[in-house]
Design a protein around this ligand. Structure first.
Ligand code: FAD
Ligand code: PHB
Length: 389
């Protein structure tokens, strides 16, 4: 088989890139290790920047998003038993959109099918060959048969544990990493949210987040130890712990119900530089991870896609390498700002096991300053809604 761009991974970054390229008449094949149902069963991000929505518009897959998503003009930060509103609309005139990653993936899958794009699910043993030369190739096994794809470029959209970054020689990459001493225990439940907007909670017992997917579906998170096991958390125990981290009024609005998903995600910051090696480009989680506190992971994947899409279109339309040459620099400039924001939100709102009394007082002062300074609130708002592409 031959195609212009071989895309590894059918998560949001691989499917979005594939769709944008198909719109420009640039052929591509997506290879995904898992089944389509498995990809859709992973519950992940929920907050979408308007820049990401515009990219989904450009890909022609945003119809349902515009009908079903919720627009949020702000968030709340609960601290010391009081909820404080951060009004994005008033501070900077912008908002964010609530629409699940699962739904975006579903819309992208449908768009790809309608456009006649080729996706190979359950592609086993995907391998990259000749990635520093002019004729890269990807091999894989499907239905027990070895297959090979010749291509001009490879887009490594295969997440943090994918094969693409692992194929780049270690000496060609510099990796930066911070592992946090806690994770997030999350549940999804078909009950109305506790409030109209998200509530980020800083509490002595640890961070909590009341989020949502719709007016009928809530998503809750609790900071937990890395040793915690999902099996040890009955729904009752989860709600009890969540209620203990909320102020009484908010806790009174908590409607407990049977969880439809429950999982633990460790928190990590990670960046691999550069995001290009020869004719292979690393995109999204394959190149970088952020802790979820700033709601940036999926949105960063989308901005990488934007830069790579532009670079590939410039290559095929104008025969110019400038966009591809500049991909890593442009993407990383935005990545590091989102890394900084996600790290700062994580540091501000979580309880760190090793923190001293001094550290906790500084954290408290940071929160008090934030919530009383219009300049600090505007800075948070500007980063949360998404920096320009
Ligand atoms: P992924 O979504 O990881 O997709 C990569 C795809 O590549 C997967 O489908 C995978 O199966 C496939 N793949 C992997 N290896 C191979 C291989 N060898 N061959 C072929 N295919 C392969 N972000 C937020 O903003 N908010 C959140 O609440 C949030 N929660 C998260 C919870 C978890 C548990 C995780 C892991 C991430 C979370 N994120 C969250 C981050 C966000 O979901 C990611 O940033 C986003 O999914 C990145 O998209 P991606 O397409 O780059 O990677
Ligand atoms: C979510 O709804 O899953 C979510 C929302 C905001 C975050 C992280 C996760 O910061």
């Amino acid at each position: 088989m031959r195609t212009q761009v071989a895309i590894i991974g059918a998560g949001p970054s691989g499917l979005l890139l594939g769709q944008l390229l198909l719109k420009e008449g640039i052929s591509n094949v997506v290879l995904e290790r898992q089944s389509g149902e498995h990809v859709l069963s992973r519950i992940r991000a929920g907050i979408i920047e308007t820049g990401t929505v515009e990219l989904l518009d450009a890909a022609g897959v945003s119809g349902r998003l515009h009908r079903e998503s919720l627009i949020h003009d702000g968030i709340e930060i609960a601290f010391g038993g009081t909820r404080h509103r951060v009004n994005f609309r008033e501070l900077i005139g912008r908002a964010v959109v609530v629409y699940g990653q699962t739904e975006i993936t579903r819309d992208l899958m449908a768009g790809r099918e309608a456009a006649g794009g080729t996706t190979v699910y359950q592609a086993q043993d995907v391998r990259l060959h000749g990635i520093d030369g002019p004729h890269p190739r990807v091999t894989y096994r499907s239905d027990g048969i070895e297959r090979s794809i010749e291509c001009d470029f490879i887009a490594g959209c295969d997440g943090f544990r994918g094969v693409s970054r692992a194929c780049v020689p270690q000496s060609a990459l510099t990796c930066y990493e911070r592992i946090y001493p806690f994770g997030w225990l999350g549940i999804m439940v078909d009950k109305p949210p506790v409030s109209d907007e998200l509530i980020y909670v800083s509490h002595e017992r640890g961070f909590a987040l009341c989020s949502m997917r719709s007016r009928e579906r809530s998503r809750f998170y609790l900071q937990c130890n890395l040793e915690e096991r999902v099996e040890n958390w009955s729904d009752e125990r989860f709600y009890e712990e969540l209620a203990s981290r909320l102020d009484p009024d908010t806790a009174a609005h908590l409607q407990s119900g049977h969880s439809i998903e429950k999982s633990i995600a460790p928190l990590r910051s990670f960046v691999a530089e550069p995001m290009r090696y020869g004719r292979t480009f690393l995109v999204g989680d394959a190149a970088h991870i952020v802790p979820p506190t700033g709601a940036k992971g999926l949105n960063l994947a989308a901005s990488d896609v934007y830069y790579l899409w532009q670079g590939l279109v410039t290559h095929y339309r104008q025969g110019s390498e400038n966009g591809l040459e500049d991909y890593s620099r442009r993407a990383l400039a935005r990545v590091w700002k989102a890394e900084r924001f996600s790290w700062s939100m994580t540091s501000l709102l979580h309880r760190f096991p090793e923190s001293s009394g001094f550290d906790r007082r500084i954290q408290q002062a940071d929160l008090e300053y934030l919530l009383t300074s219009r300049a600090a609130l505007a800075s948070l708002a500007e980063n949360y809604v998404g920096l320009p592409l």
